[in-house]
Write a protein that binds this ligand. Structure first.
Ligand code: ATP
Length: 231
């Protein structure tokens, strides 16, 4: 579904990503893990057309992604939930969700499904997004993305800054979204939780893939345990 080959990304003279290759097959949860500054968010930005490809190739459902605008990318079902949620604070929950569905002719069905998945959003429907807790804002950001009917959902640090109970809930929801048929590329610093729900994983260090494999294998790998699982 997604094939990234030898991808390099720069910010001026800074080489953030240096020849990264990975792929995501339909129906998978694939996770990119790694410390701060490893290049994970930059990769997701490039997949949404927000950071130009300096070198390499990104193929999404057979097409060259670097030739598409961000709007075309969204129209093709590749939707991102950005790090830090970026909900519109002065708009209500309903208005935030409506913006997520701006490309859909009829989003009533999506709205019903989202309220079933996130009942708290229905309770808060007319509240400004700014008044929601961090966990609720994460749910709103995910709901907003689901309004666009993603085929491939990019999640950037969905558990960041959340209380443990919300973290458990967010990971449960990610698994449920995949069960419904959406493929997921998950960027996380919470390596343990990410590896527990993912099929495959890539470990990034300073812009390079240093390890890859089945998530269950990486979960039990001594290198990963020492560097990323606190043991
Ligand atoms: P984090 O979890 O902290 O977001 P990350 O793995 O997502 O880490 P990136 O945010 O992709 O890492 O950053 C990769 C490298 O690019 C880092 O060295 C970072 O300092 C640099 N970088 C990121 N954004 C910019 C920017 N807008 N301008 C210059 N350098 C940047």
């Amino acid at each position: 579904m997604l094939e990234v080959e030898n991808l390099s990304l720069n910010y001026g003279a800074i080489e953030a990503v240096k020849g990264v290759s990975f792929h995501v097959k339909q129906g998978e949860i694939v996770t990119l893990i790694g410390a701060n500054g490893a290049g994970k968010s930059s990769i997701l930005k490039s997949l949404s057309g927000l950071l130009p490809v300096a070198n390499g190739k990104i193929t999404y459902e057979g097409s060259d992604l670097s030739k598409m605008s961000s709007v075309q990318i969204v129209k093709n079902g590749l939707i991102q939930v950005p790090e830090g949620r970026h909900v519109f604070p002065g708009l209500t929950v309903k208005e935030n969700l409506a913006l997520g569905g701006f490309l859909q002719k009829n989003s009533a069905q999506e709205l019903t499904e989202i309220f079933a998945r996130f009942p708290i959003l229905k309770e808060r429907i007319n509240q400004d997004a700014a008044t929601l807790s961090g966990g609720e804002q994460q749910m709103l950001a995910m709901g907003r993305a689901l309004m666009s009917k993603p085929r491939l959902l990019l999640l950037d640090e969905p558990s960041m800054g959340l209380a443990p109970l919300f973290i458990t809930e967010i990971f449960r929801i990610i698994e449920a979204i995949r069960k419904q048929g959406t493929t997921i590329l998950l960027v996380e610093q919470n390596a343990k939780r990410a590896l527990e729900i993912a099929d495959r994983a890539y470990v990034l260090e300073t812009g390079r893939v240093v390890l890859e494999g089945a998530a269950s294998d990486l979960l039990s790998s001594e290198i990963v345990k020492k560097a990323y699982l606190g043991g």
